[in-house]
Design a protein around this ligand. Structure first.
Ligand code: HEC
Length: 95
């Protein structure tokens, strides 16, 4: 029994350390969206819901035309995994 608890704890630690860093992913976005998500070339991201950001990123990755400047954003989203999207959206939401 004790062993099982220890195994579970180890798994939890492994999962947390394997997690993607939203801050690291966002480093590639700052140039266009601002260090605080205040916007610039791209729209303001600060204050947007996590689910809304992930949804937009999924649409860009899927090749959907989202706004007039999708051509600039789509290549950025195409390199993101689901985990990257979730992590970066949570990071942006925390700014
Ligand atoms: C080369 C500049 C550039 C970079 C780098 C960039 N973006 Fe964008 N982003 C844009 C532009 C321009 C738009 C608006 C596109 C459109 O009209 O559909 C946009 C739109 C978005 C949107 C939708 C916002 C809204 O309110 O509709 C999200 C979310 C987003 N970007 C997230 C990111 C993330 C996360 C990264 C980093 C992985 C990133 N962007 C990197 C330029 C950029």
């Amino acid at each position: 029994m004790q062993q099982m608890v220890e195994t579970k704890a180890k798994e939890a630690v492994a999962a947390a350390t394997a997690g993607v860093s939203g801050e690291k992913v966002y480093a590639t976005c700052i140039g266009c969206h601002g260090a605080a998500g205040e916007g610039g070339v791209g729209p303001k991201l600060a204050g947007q819901e996590v689910t809304a950001i992930v949804d937009k990123l999924q649409r860009y990755k899927a090749g959907e035309q989202v706004g007039p400047m999708t051509g600039m954003m789509a290549p950025m989203a195409s390199g993101l995994s689901d985990d990257d999207m979730q992590a970066v959206a949570e990071y942006v939401n925390s700014l």
